[in-house]
Unconditional design. Structure first.
Length: 336
């Protein structure tokens, strides 16, 4: 009898261990920055690092993830200007911003189904500064989608090729659709990893409200210390509105805790959006100490036309009077 009890106890213990949930994973970041525009006024119209001559907040970002068997969920919220007031949607009276909130089901080893509100699959840069080399962001990032709500299916064709297709809300960056239009946009992604250190993603989204965007992102590990990133995109909507642009991201790891990177970008609005174009060069360093990264950055933007202001007085007129703008910033980003 005692032997039977021991066997039953071992069996129950084994079943409990097998059914036990994986631990809840908690990760995130916190950041702050100082920025000075040499025209003495906030000037460059991209996301984040916008406050002039000020030590300012970025955001506190907290992500939760849990997996139980074939199912999982991800929830990510942020507090502060970078994640709330400067990321869409900005809901009146809301003191936080939802970056991600979705559930996933691994139907097979190759097929995963996901539904909810997700960071967009389009583009090279993201909202969280932890995943970007540069603290300020590109024009491509600012003018593209931040999030997409909907349902999607990811299928691993092989260990080198993957495909995603999904149906998404009629507009970008909204977790509620127009009830008449609903899931009005379709999206797809082809992912390629043809060789070690090489990856590419071809992205597409189309909808009668959201417009049509075609985007390519790629990363090349050219040597042990040198990497090259690429992002190019074309976006079109009604009335000849939209943009086209390309950005290169060369970076070198000088040492284990110090790196240098350059972002060179050309961006042009289409005729229905004004037709202005700009070339932007951003030089950044990453100095790491434990979980903390210091990011000193110098940025120079040059427009085809007068699209910037050369003084606070000029900014008050709302009439751009110079073709170039430059700024320096120093950011502190802690990841956990």
């Amino acid at each position: 009898m005692k032997k039977v009890i021991i066997i039953l106890a071992l069996a129950l213990t084994g079943n409990m261990t097998f059914a036990q949930d994986t631990p809840l994973e908690i990760s995130g970041s916190a950041d702050a920055y100082y920025k000075y525009d040499f025209s003495k006024t906030a000037n460059i119209p991209t996301s984040f690092a916008t406050d002039q001559n000020s030590v300012s907040l970025g955001m506190l970002d907290i992500a939760l993830k849990k997996t139980t068997g074939k199912t999982s969920f991800v929830g990510e919220i942020s507090f502060g200007p970078r994640g709330e007031k400067q990321s869409i949607p900005d809901v009146a009276g809301q003191s936080f911003h939802i970056q991600n909130l979705y559930v996933a089901y691994a139907a097979t080893d190759k097929l995963t189904l996901t539904a909810g509100y997700m960071g967009t699959f389009v583009g090279y840069e993201v909202i969280s500064p932890l995943a970007n080399f540069h603290y300020s962001t590109s024009y491509l990032f600012t003018n593209g989608p931040f999030q997409n709500a909907g349902i999607k299916a990811n299928y691993a064709i092989s260990d080198k090729v993957g495909f995603m297709v999904g149906a998404f809300n009629d507009t970008w960056n909204s977790y509620s659709a127009d009830p008449i239009k609903g899931l009005n946009a379709v999206g797809a992604q082809l992912s390629l990893t043809p060789a070690e250190g090489v990856s590419a993603y071809i992205n597409f989204m189309d909808g009668s409200v959201s417009g049509t965007i075609i985007d390519l992102t790629a990363s090349f590990q050219l040597s042990e210390k040198f990497t090259l990133g690429l992002n190019t995109a074309d976006f079109s909507n009604t009335g000849s509105t939209g943009y086209t642009g390309a950005a290169l991201y060369p970076a070198v790891a000088v040492s284990e805790n110090f790196g240098l990177g350059l972002r060179g970008e050309y961006f042009k609005f289409k005729s229905g959006s004004g037709g202005d174009s700009v070339t932007a060069l951003t030089l950044s360093a990453n100095l790491k100490a434990g979980g903390l990264t210091f990011i000193p950055e110098f940025r120079l933007d040059s427009g085809k036309n007068n699209i910037f202001y050369d003084s606070p007085a000029a900014a008050l007129t709302s009439i751009p009077n110079t073709k170039s703008a430059s700024q320096f910033s120093l950011a502190c980003v802690y990841g956990f």
